[in-house]
Design a protein around this ligand. Structure first.
Ligand SMILES: *Cc1c(COP(=O)(O)O)cnc(C)c1O
Length: 332
């Protein structure tokens, strides 16, 4: 079976760099949604906790339940609030505020410009009225940036809006504020919020354009495939579905056990992906197999999702998140 290696030292290097930016390890909330961006939810939760991280962010209740033992606090972005000593719940609409359990810890998500989730700044007064009259257990106020990874004034504009939001809550006690994702934290020069919600950066990717002076992060994932069979393909014979690859000469070709069924991109066989060692994928990617000119037992298919993302016209996030949870993960 194809499998994934997770590099512990590189992961800790990233957490350390981010903690330096944030002003302390206790200010990092690791974002572990979607199987920890495909890296493996429980593995990354355990490694984070062993390093001393106390806070995590997930989307669903089932994600939160499976990592509860590792953290002192978990923020759920999309779940129905209930009373729990460790969980807090993002609230993203007035409707949700009106219906929510008063004992549940909630964090109000305010829309400061992304227009995806969150109550609008015009609704703030009403939201505060509901929180007060229903005696809701508000512990945090948060927002999310739409363009933190783009060099423009948009981030500053949203930070300014969030500053105004914070001013509406000065009468509340013990509220924590958070807005920064990876790119915003990496760009910041004087981070001063309670936590930063760091996702892609902990896995080793910096999505900012190179003009920003940022710490070096190290991708922690390697994807390996195993050889299932080997043959000699004669000159002019064709390999795989549609016969998209024609052998220019007699060559040794092996089939390796990775395909789009495992979450590897099928791509376009006319511009083949090259493995870490420069081996071109021959012809089309099948559901469970690819063909390479090699007879080695194991091949490292990729060790940097950003490189893969360039090839397939997408972003590092999608490349790792697509990787099947069925693939075995080992920590090295
Ligand atoms: C996914 C997510 C993050 C993490 O973003 P990265 O760019 O991966 O650091 C932070 N906050 C919210 C609300 C998110 O949904």
């Amino acid at each position: 079976m194809a499998y994934i290696k997770i590099n512990r030292d590189k992961f800790y290097h990233n957490l350390n760099q981010l903690a330096l930016k944030a002003g302390g390890l206790e200010r990092l909330a690791v974002v572990l949604k979607d199987n920890a961006y495909g890296h493996g939810l429980e593995i990354i939760a355990k490694l984070s906790s062993e390093y001393g991280i106390q806070e995590a962010v997930v989307v669903t209740l089932s994600e939160a339940m499976s990592i509860k033992e590792y953290f002192s606090h978990i923020l759920l972005l999309h779940a129905t609030p209930f009373e729990d000593s460790k969980f807090s719940f993002a609230i993203t609409s007035l409707e949700a505020l009106r219906g929510c359990n008063p004992k549940a810890k909630i964090e109000l998500k305010v829309d400061t410009g992304m227009h995806r989730n969150g109550i609008s700044m015009d609704e703030l007064k009403e939201a505060i009225d509901i929180i007060k009259s229903r005696k809701l257990n508000l512990i945090g106020v948060m927002t999310h940036f739409r363009s933190a990874d783009v060099t423009s004034s948009e981030l500053a504009w949203q930070i300014y809006n969030f500053k105004r939001v914070k001013e509406s809550f000065t009468k509340f006690k013990n509220i924590r504020y958070h807005s920064h994702n990876s790119s915003a934290l990496l760009r910041s020069s004087s981070f001063d919020e309670d936590i930063a919600r760091v996702g892609i950066s902990i896995y080793g990717y910096n999505e900012l354009p190179p003009i920003h002076h940022t710490p070096t992060l190290l991708p922690i994932i390697e994807l390996w495939a195993k050889r299932s069979s080997t043959r000699v393909v004669k000159k002019a014979q064709m390999v795989g579905y549609g016969g998209d690859f024609t052998a220019p000469s007699d060559m040794v070709v092996s089939t390796y056990d990775l395909g789009y069924g495992d979450g590897w991109m099928r791509g376009d066989s006319k511009s083949p992906y090259k493995t870490v060692d420069g081996l071109e994928i021959l012809g089309r990617v099948s559901m469970d197999f690819i063909s390479l000119t090699s007879d080695r037992n194991e091949i490292c298919i990729m060790n940097n999702a950003q490189v893969v993302a360039k090839q397939f016209g997408t972003i590092s996030y999608e490349i790792t998140t697509l990787l099947s949870s069925e693939l075995e993960r080992v920590v090295i």
